[in-house]
Design a binder for this molecule. Structure first.
Ligand SMILES: [Fe+2]
Ligand SMILES: [Fe+2]
Length: 195
């Protein structure tokens, strides 16, 4: 990642917190008496956001943290917790909002995610901010580039953003910086960076 991008990018920890905030605020929009079509829109949007967020953490954040900490128990259980969350997402997708089990499954997902997010925000993010101080922006830029790729593979998830839950703001925050930096760079440097 060129320095120009990295120095202007939000930090990876800021991006992770913003993703968490968007998903947690989406949880508050879901109620037992919410219309079935709105329940489904919220669930679809939350599930897509969680899958992308988990993949970004597994590909970029966790490996960077693993290089600077030894045997961190919170880090060790992070991937298995993502897998539990993926299993609940699969069950939700196999169940319709008209099914009596739908609310219970979504509450299970909420509980798993809130527990996981609390651990990340109280343990992993502060640890990263202490130990990866000089890399937080370059990691943030890497996360934005990877998010762009993943969103490109799932255009429908952007299209179904009607419930306002998908963390587009996190994506835009980084993407605007990358696009802006690309636009401002002299043409020869842009060509070199594009390689
Ligand atoms: Fe996570
Ligand atoms: Fe997270």
């Amino acid at each position: 990642m060129p320095d120009t991008y990295s120095s202007m990018s939000p930090t990876i920890t800021a991006m992770i917190r913003l993703d968490h905030m968007h998903v947690l605020s989406a949880f508050h929009r879901y109620h037992a008496d919410t219309a079935w079509w709105r329940k489904r829109a919220i669930v679809n949007s939350v599930c897509a956001a969680l899958e992308i967020h988990a993949q970004l953490e597994e590909e970029i954040f966790y490996p960077a943290l693993a290089e600077v900490v030894n045997d961190n128990p919170t880090l060790s259980k992070s991937r298995p917790e993502h897998d539990e969350m993926r299993a609940t997402i699969a069950k939700l997708r196999a169940t319709g909002p008209e099914d009596a089990a739908y609310d219970a499954l979504f509450h299970k997902l909420m509980s798993e995610v809130m527990h996981h997010v609390a651990d990340e925000e109280t343990m992993l993010l502060p640890t990263a901010e202490r130990t990866l101080k000089n890399e937080l922006r370059s990691l943030g830029a890497r996360m934005t580039r990877r998010r762009l790729q993943l969103l490109g593979e799932r255009p429908r998830d952007i299209a179904v953003n009607t419930a306002g839950t998908f963390p587009i703001a996190t994506f835009l925050l980084g993407a605007l910086v990358v696009i802006g930096a690309t636009h401002c760079l002299p043409k020869t440097r842009r060509m070199r960076y594009a390689d």
